[in-house]
Design a protein around this ligand. Sequence first.
Ligand SMILES: Nc1ncnc2c1ncn2[C@@H]1O[C@H](COP(=O)(O)OP(=O)(O)OP(=O)(O)O)[C@@H](O)[C@H]1O
Ligand SMILES: [Mg+2]
Length: 143
Amino acid sequence: MEKISSSVEETLTFAKSFAEKIQRGDIIVLEGDLGAGKTHFVKGFASGIGSKSLVTSPTFTIMNIYEGGRIPVYHFDMYRLSSKEEAEELGFEEYFDASILDGVSIVEWPSQVEGLIKPPYYKIQIEKLSENARKIFIGRVEK
Ligand SMILES: Nc1ncnc2c1ncn2[C@@H]1O[C@H](COP(=O)(O)OP(=O)(O)OP(=O)(O)O)[C@@H](O)[C@H]1O
Ligand SMILES: [Mg+2]
């Protein structure tokens, strides 16, 4: 599925409606350059899950948890992680194991933890077309 968003508002609304089909145990990776709009997508997504928590970039903390919605949202930003091993040391593996995950995990910069997140998962790619326009592609990576 592909969508052209021409504003932040449109990205928020699109992410919000994507959240409707998400189930407990689902995993989502978000790809795109710096400033593509990954964190804004998560903002719309968390509101679609029903959380009223403030969504911020978890760059320094690596993970934020948003509760109060129909399931917990685990928001990762792997940008500052130095290795996949570091993610394992931090105990992140359990957030990528659908059989024990009690919410949904959504991950910025998944390439930093190559191999840690195993299919099936949703793969979202955001491409900057212009100052305010973005191409958002949603795919599914199967086992
Ligand atoms: N259509 C749009 N959708 C999303 N963001 C947009 C759009 N148009 C402009 N923007 C701007 O692009 C920026 C996206 O920032 P955001 O923090 O969401 O990016 P990011 O992909 O999470 O970056 P990073 O890799 O640094 O975490 C914001 O400044 C936002 O206002
Ligand atoms: Mg971000």
